[in-house]
Design a protein around this ligand. Structure first.
Ligand SMILES: Nc1ncnc2c1ncn2[C@@H]1O[C@H](COP(=O)(O)OP(=O)(O)OP(=O)(O)O)[C@@H](O)[C@H]1O
Ligand SMILES: [Mg+2]
Length: 264
């Protein structure tokens, strides 16, 4: 189960420089920074939604609210019909760039999410399956420092998948990767999503990632942000722009909307 329903969510931050800390929730002397402005968004179970928008518009803020790490100023958030009032490790996994435990091997890191499997043979089988899914077989017993940045990212993905969450939240998961690793990871996440049908919420700055991967693309305006585009992408995979004029048109439209009029 992984249905996310965001209704009229707004978020304001307070510039704390001049704030009376005993009374900070009211922000009496600080500047109020409106970030999210009445956001309505539904992400259906099993859907992969890609969020795009200018830097500072509040994408990470919305992810943090959905993950339960932060609270909206107003509006409501429900996951599977239940109001969210804090982080839940049961149904949500937040993919982090350096989320691997450095004192554990790849195998042990993946195993962390599988404590509920009691049968050792069954557990070993599942661990290997996820390690193979991200093509890290042969590196099972390496520690994170013995892996390249891209391999670490893939190990983290295996760990996230092993936890088998209903919802996977990814904030710019491919940033800093070299081009080829980025492409491979993108393919792996698409394959994994088609196979496992998890609800995935991913923030990216890469329009092509959003259009090649997403079942839905959501574009935010500048802060205080509103949703400018919320569009289902019912195209089959693999998606190739050159062979899909409709997808290419959406791509051109999004580039223009995000302020790039060349190279589209
Ligand atoms: N804890 C905080 N306290 C005060 N302001 C904050 C806090 N967290 C975020 N902000 C402000 O909220 C706005 C949105 O930040 P956020 O990190 O959500 O943006 P973003 O869309 O993820 O940007 P980027 O694409 O650069 O990652 C920014 O103006 C930021 O300064
Ligand atoms: Mg961000």
């Amino acid at each position: 189960m992984g249905n996310i329903l965001v209704k009229q969510i707004s978020k304001e931050f307070c510039n704390r420089r001049h704030v009376n800390r005993d009374n900070d929730h009211l922000c009496p002397h600080g500047d109020v920074i409106p970030v999210l402005n009445k956001i309505d968004l539904e992400i259906k179970e099993g859907e992969m939604a890609c969020l795009l928008g200018p830097s500072g518009c509040g994408k990470s803020t919305l992810l943090r609210i959905i993950a339960g790490f932060d609270k909206q100023t107003s509006g409501s958030l429900t996951i599977n019909g239940k109001a969210v009032d804090g982080p839940s490790s049961n149904n949500i996994f937040v993919f982090q760039h350096s989320g691997l435990l450095p004192w554990m091997t790849v195998w042990q890191n993946v195993e962390l999410g599988l404590r509920h499997i009691k049968n050792p043979e069954g557990k070993n089988h599942v661990i290997l399956e996820y390690i193979q899914m991200v093509e890290l077989d042969g590196f099972e017993h390496h520690y994170p420092y013995q892996l390249s940045g891209g391999m670490q990212r893939r190990a983290e993905l295996a760990r996230a998948l092993a936890v088998n969450p209903d919802i996977l939240i990814m904030d710019e998961p491919f940033s800093g990767l070299d081009f080829l690793t980025h492409m491979k990871m993108r393919e792996e996440v698409v394959n994994m999503h088609q196979f496992l049908e998890k609800t995935i919420l991913m923030v990216t700055h890469d329009i092509d990632d959003a259009l090649i991967m997403g079942d839905r693309v959501v574009v935010f305006s500048n802060r205080p942000s509103e949703i400018k585009v919320n569009r289902r992408l019912d195209f089959s995979h693999p998606r190739i722009f050159e062979k899909n004029p409709e997808l290419q048109d959406i791509r051109d439209e999004l580039f223009l909307m995000l302020g790039v009029s060349y190279g589209v």
